[in-house]
Design a protein. Structure first.
Length: 293
């Protein structure tokens, strides 16, 4: 293999790992919210963009270190989520077919946030870039990789690992999983289902915010990333299986490598169409998803 082909291969692998980890984060966040409260959160892409824009404001306008900005952005997602849950989300907990109501509600939130972003940030710039967490490069064979992107990959994988540990071993995580599987049985076992809904909404959004700020630290972005990420996260959740965190992780990594591979020979838009095609096939032949329980 020539050096040129090796560089392309290594570049595809490294980009696929980074994108896959970020896709998985966002899809896991969407899956947690849907699995708990049956909310197909169409606003996930706008939350993703909101985190990135918050990070940009804190670093570029306020002069904060990117690491401090990242922690603040993820931390801010918690009170924002609880406020949104208190004002809007909980009012639909007992509504028949509430997933439809939630979808319409989240579409409304999407339009409101998109309008706010276009009116504010859209007037300042059409491209945004955060300062790197760390400088320098590391050579992987002949391929130079920015240390900043390697750190983003490590952080994304660490957050995913911590999330899996929380859901598997912590009592709050086990309560969320119990609600995923059977709400009535969970309530009979003493789980506070309504409290689990609130926790799941905050946790899922915190994971989405983490994906947004990490993406912004690794790549430049514009306002259209919200719509792309929203479609991608939904496709990952449907293919992996609504409510399946493991499915969201595996399919998210596959999508990341698909995006990286397709981008080397064609436009990334082609990859988005391939996601939609895969989603439609799964809906036709296995609507419950590949990893549904």
């Amino acid at each position: 293999m020539s050096n040129a082909n090796l560089i392309i291969l290594l570049s595809t692998i490294s980009t696929g790992l980074i994108l896959g980890a970020i896709f998985s984060l966002v899809a896991v966040g969407v899956t947690i919210v849907y699995g708990s409260i049956w909310m197909p959160n169409a606003a996930n892409g706008q939350f993703f963009l909101l985190a990135a824009l918050f990070g940009w404001t804190m670093t570029v306008s306020w002069g904060l270190h990117p690491a401090i900005a990242a922690v603040l952005v993820i931390g801010l997602s918690v009170p924002l989520s609880y406020a949104l849950e208190f004002v809007l989300i909980r009012r639909f907990y007992d509504v028949p077919n509430r997933n439809i109501s939630y979808f319409v509600l989240s579409l409304g939130i999407t339009q409101i946030l998109a309008g706010i972003f276009a009116f504010t940030y859209g007037q300042w710039s059409d491209q945004f870039q955060l300062p790197p967490l760390i400088g320098g490069i590391t050579f992987i064979g002949p391929l130079p990789v920015a240390n900043n992107r390697l750190l983003v990959l490590v952080l994304a994988l660490a957050i995913l690992a911590a999330l899996f540990a929380l859901l598997r071993y912590h009592r709050y995580g086990r309560a969320i999983r119990a609600v995923f599987q059977n709400r009535d049985a969970a309530a009979l076992r003493g789980v506070n289902v309504k409290a689990s809904y609130s926790l799941s909404f905050a946790l899922g959004n915190a994971v989405i915010f983490a994906g947004g700020i990490l993406f912004a630290l690794a790549y430049s972005f514009d306002l259209t990333i919200a719509w792309t990420m929203s479609i991608t996260a939904f496709a990952i959740m449907i293919i992996g299986g609504p409510g399946s965190v493991l499915g969201a992780f595996i399919v998210g990594m596959v999508f990341g490598f698909t995006q990286a591979a397709v981008s080397t020979v064609a436009s990334p838009t082609i990859a988005a169409f391939s996601y939609l095609g895969a989603m439609l096939l799964i809906l036709l032949f296995k609507p419950s998803g590949l990893f549904a329980r």
